[in-house]
Design a protein around this ligand. Structure first.
Ligand code: 5GP
Length: 193
């Protein structure tokens, strides 16, 4: 998606450890107009899939998922990293390894919000090694729901998550795929003209 690729070129910073910092527009400070455009593009891509629910993981997936849910007029459910007092009743839970923090953490959703008749679109800000998405797929399967596919804002194509998920036959839509990044900048796969 050209608007996202242009914005990454203009405003993203490349940090050590293969981290692309997009905190000025995507996952710390948020540009709502760009977010709305991302949501509309994902809605267009998944328009005919019978999606009933958007599923993401806190914290930085929520803004992207909210834009998608708004464009598709569907509820947005996010997996919580802390089982707070307002999570009640039966829960589904899984363990996710964090790429950015290097630790394992447990995430939960209340079972009441994810059902066997749901067709789930999994959304996140980044796809790197695919741990976060795999956790969300695990929650989806525990509920007996079907995964319609995956949509992420930015895939780092030089990490393996996207390839592995596509090899499993899952539909993965990434609005920008970073093929390579170094001090001289970012190269995109299938760059939009
Ligand atoms: P994965 O689970 O696919 O390895 O990593 C995805 C998660 O790690 C995303 O939810 C995202 O928050 C975080 N992440 C992975 N790579 C990056 C990156 O390059 N920049 C930022 N800002 N977050 C990342």
């Amino acid at each position: 998606m050209k608007a996202l690729e242009d914005r990454i070129r203009a405003d993203a910073q490349i940090l050590g450890g293969n981290v692309l910092k997009v905190s000025s527009f995507l996952n710390h400070q948020i540009d709502p107009d760009l977010m709305t455009e991302l949501g509309e593009e994902v809605a267009r891509l998944y328009a005919n899939e019978g999606v009933t629910k958007i599923l993401t993981i806190e914290a930085s997936g929520i803004a992207v998922a909210m834009a998608v849910g708004s464009a598709m007029h569907l509820p947005v459910l996010f997996a919580k990293k802390h089982r707070t007092s307002n999570v009640s009743g039966a829960v589904l839970q899984t363990t996710v390894h964090s790429f950015t923090h290097g630790i394992d953490y447990t995430v939960v959703v209340e079972s009441a919000y994810l059902n066997s008749d749901d067709k789930v679109l999994i959304v996140d800000d980044f796809l790197a090694n695919g741990m976060a998405i795999r956790g969300l797929l695990h929650l989806t399967r525990q509920a007996g729901a079907e995964a319609a596919g995956i949509a992420v804002a930015i895939e780092k194509g030089f990490q393996d998550g996207g390839r592995q998920l596509r090899e499993q036959g899952l539909r993965v839509e990434s609005l920008a795929i970073v093929e390579h990044m170094d001090e001289s900048g970012v190269t995109f796969r299938n760059e939009s003209l």
